[in-house]
Every structure is written in C-alpha cells, then in structure tokens.
Write a protein that binds this ligand. Structure first.
Ligand code: GDP
Length: 453
C-alpha cells in the first residue's frame, strides 16, 4: 500500500538510532536529515516537511527522556506524535443535521479521482448506520457517470435520484431535496461533475448548487496517486468554494502517499475517510494515530511507548531508583517490579526499553547481549523466583539479610522446590541487586536520562 517505501526508510533510520542506545546531537541531526529526505521522497510538500522537522527538533532539544525509554525510542515517540498532529490529531466525522432534519452533502473533485465510487461507498456506510440516504446524479455531462451511480447505488441498496442530462445541476439538487423531504430520506449526497483540471465552469456550477440549496457539508475527493497535485487541488477548491473535509482515495495503490500527510496542514481541513480499494466496502474512517503508526511501521515500539507512559509512575520510579542506589532493593520491590514488567509485556520487551541497555557492551564481553532464548529462560526463572518469594514471610521479603538455612528450608518446602534452588535464587537476587544498582547509577542525579542536546 501507500507509504511502503517511506515506512521502510523510517524503519532503517530508527533501527540505526535504537542500536546506538545513547545518542549524540549529531546522531539526531543526521536522523532528522534522513527523515526529511524520506518525507520529501514520499511527496510530502516541502513547507510541510520543513515545519515538521523543525517541530520535532524543537521538542527533542532539552527533552527529558521518559523513564522506561531509551533516547532512540524517545525520538520515535516525538516523531509519532508530530505525525499524528500533522494529520489532524482527532478523527473527524461528517457533521449531520440534528434530529430528523435532512443533511445535504455535496461531493466534489476532479474527474477520475474516485468521486462517484466514493459517493456510493459513503451512502452504503450511512445505510448501515440506519440512515436513509439518497444519491443524486448531478453530473450531467457524462451519461456514463449517471449510469455508474445507478449501478453502485443499486449494489448498496441505496436509492438514486436522476433527471437525465438536460437539467442544470442546481435544479436537480433542488428537486432531489424536495423528493427527499417527501420520501423520508435524511441524507442527500450530491455527486457533482468533475473536470480534468480545475476550471471556472466547474467552480461556478458548484457555487450555483450552493446558492440554490443549503449544502451542509462540502466534501472534496482527491486521488492519492496524484501526489502533490492532489494537495494543490484541495487548496484551490478550498479557496474557491470552501470545503469541510477531504476524502483521499487509492491509498491502497502503489502511491507515495504524501497527500495524506500534507493536506490538513495545507488546507486546514481534516481528512474524513480514505479509500483503500475499489470494492464498495473499502472506505475507511480516518484515524490520524492509526495512520501514523502504519506509516512508522512500528506498532510494537509504539505500543511499548504507550505502555511505558501508562505504567511508569514517575514518583514510584524515583523512589525505586533511590532504593537501588542505596542498595535497599528488597524482595517486595522485586515482586512489584516483576508485576510491572508483566504489565508492560514481559522481560523481553523491557530489556529493549531499558535506557542504555543496547549500549552496555562496556559491561564485559560476557555481558549484555540478550537473545530470545536467554530472555525466555530468564522469564521462567523469574516465575520460579516469584513462587519462592510468595513463600517468604513479609519480614523476610522486606529484609533479605534475615535469610538463614532454616528459613531457606521452610521457603523451599512452601514453594515445592529443592533447597538448592532457593540458594540459587538468593544468589541471583544479590546479583540482580548489583546489576540494578549499576543501572540506577547510570541515571545520574535525577534518575532520568537526557537527550544530549
Ligand atoms: P470519478 O470520475 O471521480 O467519479 O471517479 P470514479 O468513481 O469513476 O473512479 C475512478 C476509478 O478509480 C474507478 O476505476 C474506481 O474503481 C477507482 N477507485 C476509486 N476509489 C478507489 C480506491 O480507493 N482504491 C482503488 N484502488 N481504486 C479506486
């Protein structure tokens, strides 16, 4: 689909960033330069790209890196949020008139953009929602367009109003509205004529319709395949007749997709739906956040970031980091942190997220190269450790120094394991405490990591 190439490029840029763990100002500058190039190659308009990069850079400067993320992930988080903002942040619905009042929607666009198909798709959606839409054939220049609307309307089980080719579109719209009022149709969708290029006649015709009937929503259909032209068309339509929103078609195709990223910034009008195929069911509501994660192609990382945001309570993390530094980490803390790890998707995910972990080659050659098998083993042993900790008394959990042979025997019995396993656990716990202490110290005084610029 659209954005494949952009996604691939962004993934490589971010992979590079993440592998570094700790970033220098130059790393980030270079990455932003590459993101800029990738967006331009995807046909995002130059001004939009420039502003976008500026926003990301401004936000990245002096930003504290959130607990639970490394600087590379922090940059991904910012890029993702700026992409969402660029596409309008919120999902926008087509505004319908309240109660049983009729809503008139005028569809506009250049010939071939997908206007007639989209008009029928939209009517089908309203029918599914229990509305009674009426499709109106206002394209009087192409008999084939009237026929096409009738065929598509029939497929959707939606009524089509047509007066043939010998009437002014504005008069057809007026008659259709009267028909709708009589027949209980609560949504009237006007399929207007498109031209190959924007011209005065087309604009005058749309204007005349607007002056003849009350149009509540004017929706422009643009073709993603036409790249920046699509955005210029949108700006032109908006200046000349005023639009309320945009539907972008053919995003399923092999297009560079830049229109989806530029149109809101250029026109100020939201994207309402996107066409993802020729079938009548292939019209999708537009969600800026979902589209951004589709573009980044990093659903997994973004989910982790979300979870980190939801799970990591700054105050708790601060207290924990104090304990770590003072080596006061006890079995209670261990239980709590395993619980938090589980909430965040397990040890394997966490290892990726721990600040600086991939840059910890310095911890020794045996060190911190973590593969899947090892994390699986670690997860299993963590579960057994949990069972043993549950067999301890609260005092033992809070004071690891109380541990002695008779207590260890009791714990082994309670957890149904051999005493040697309890011994191993106590040793592992001590090792882990040491490791955590090292990590805690990496956080500096504030227990936070800063982007280095
Ligand atoms: P109009 O001239 O603007 O009314 O355009 P049409 O509705 O006739 O559509 C032109 C062509 O684009 C038709 O072959 C449609 O099937 C196709 N089309 C419309 N929307 C989409 C879409 O979202 N994806 C794909 N792949 N094709 C589409």
């Amino acid at each position: 689909m659209a954005f494949d190439s952009l996604t691939e490029k962004l993934q490589n840029i971010f992979k590079n960033l993440r592998s570094k763990g700790r970033l220098t100002e130059d790393d980030v500058k270079e990455a932003l330069k590459e993101i800029k190039r990738a967006l331009l190659a995807a046909d995002v308009s130059f001004k939009v790209v420039k502003d976008f990069i500026k926003n990301v850079q401004e936000r990245a400067v002096g930003q504290d890196v959130m607990n639970g993320l490394n600087p590379g992930q922090m940059v991904i988080k910012i890029v993702n949020e700026e992409l969402v903002k660029l596409m309008g942040s919120e999902t926008t619905e087509i505004k319908l008139q309240p109660g049983s009042a009729v809503t008139v929607i005028m569809m506009a666009g250049l010939q071939g953009a997908g206007k007639t198909t989209t008009t029928a798709k939209l009517a089908g959606k309203y029918k599914l929602k229990g509305k009674k839409p009426l499709l109106v054939a206002c394209d009087v220049y192409r008999p084939a367009a009237i026929k096409q609307l009738q065929v598509n309307g029939e497929k959707q089980g939606v009524e089509v109003f047509s007066m043939g080719e010998n009437h002014r579109p504005a008069n057809i719209a007026k008659a259709a509205l009267e028909h709708a009022q009589k027949n209980g149709n609560n949504i009237v969708i006007l399929d207007t004529a498109g031209r190959l290029h924007i011209d005065e006649d087309m604009m005058a015709e749309l204007q005349e319709i607007k002056e003849t009937v009350t149009v509540h929503q004017t929706i422009l259909v643009i073709d993603a395949m036409t790249g920046q032209d699509a955005v210029n068309v949108a700006a032109d339509f908006n200046n000349k007749i005023g639009i309320d929103g945009v539907i972008i078609t053919k995003l399923d195709g092999d297009t560079r997709g830049g229109a989806a990223l530029s149109v809101k910034a250029v026109t100020g009008k939201p994207i309402l739906y996107v066409g993802m195929g020729e079938k009548l069911s292939d019209l999708e509501q537009f969600y800026p956040d979902r589209m951004a994660s589709r573009i980044l192609g990093m659903g997994d990382v973004l989910t982790l970031i979300e979870k980190a945001e939801a799970q990591i309570d700054d105050e708790k993390a601060r207290q924990m980091s104090q304990k770590l530094k003072k080596a006061q980490f006890d079995y209670e803390d261990f239980l709590e942190s395993t619980q938090q790890m589980k909430n965040m998707g397990g040890l394997s995910n966490i290892m990726n997220m721990l600040p600086g972990i991939s840059g910890m080659g310095g911890m020794g050659k045996k060190g911190m190269q973590i593969n899947e098998e090892q994390t699986e083993l670690a997860e299993k042993s963590m579960a057994r450790m949990e069972a043993m900790i549950y067999s301890m008394t609260p005092e033992e959990r809070r004071n690891p120094d109380l541990m002695n042979p008779s207590r260890k025997h009791r714990i082994a019995k309670g957890a149904g394991v051999d005493i040697s396993e309890v011994n191993r656990m106590v040793k592992q716990f001590e090792n882990m405490k040491k490791m955590m202490k090292k990590m805690g110290n990496m956080g500096g005084k504030k227990g936070k990591f800063r982007l280095p610029f």
